[in-house]
Ligand binder design. Structure first.
Ligand SMILES: [Fe+2]
Length: 182
């Protein structure tokens, strides 16, 4: 499949908007990192074209969330950007890309974590499952959406300490991906 990423982004983001600039810069960083990770596991034959497309689209849902610091003035809490993005891509018939959107938050979220933390997310597992889903979720953790540090790649030590702040479950799941990809 060959998706016209640019046309899709233009459909939902105003040309030249602050949100689009943040999204493009962040997504390019994630795509580059994800392809570097894919090179490390070339023996597992990751789908590079899909990784590039899905990396560029993984945060598309942020436009409908409230995150004014990055130009997003939607009505939903930011934590919903993944599932909102998944709905947007499902409407385009991009079911495989949609899964990447809904499964990249943190190190992925199990239904247990969602229920226990009372997160405003659907009560089902939102865990990266396929190789490509895991690669993009992992790569995403190295980049923030802070407009002043968008292109700054965090060290793995920094990512580990951030994951640990979200609890052991997140850290353990991140470490499982790091063991595969680092
Ligand atoms: Fe992201």
């Amino acid at each position: 499949m060959n998706v016209n990423v640019e046309a899709l982004l233009m459909k939902h983001y105003g040309p030249g908007s602050e949100a689009l600039e943040v999204l493009l810069t962040h997504s390019r960083c994630v795509a580059e990192k994800a392809l570097t990770v894919a090179d490390r596991v070339a023996h597992l034959e990751p789908d590079r074209l899909f990784i590039k497309e899905a990396s560029m689209l993984h945060d598309i849902g942020m436009i409908h969330t409230w995150a004014p610091g990055i130009g997003c003035r939607g009505e939903y809490p930011y934590i919903l950007h993944g599932v909102i993005g998944a709905e947007m891509l499902q409407k385009e018939g991009l079911r495989r890309h949609a899964r990447v959107c809904e499964r990249h938050t943190g190190a992925g979220l199990s239904v247990m974590e969602i229920v226990e933390a009372d997160l405003p997310l659907p009560h089902r597992n939102l865990l990266p499952d396929t190789l490509e889903e895991k690669i993009i979720c992992f790569a995403d953790k190295f980049f923030s959406k802070n407009p002043t540090t968008l292109t700054h790649e965090k060290s793995i030590a920094k990512v580990r300490s951030l994951m640990a702040q979200y609890g052991d479950t997140q850290l353990v799941r991140f470490e499982a991906m790091a063991a595969l990809f680092e």
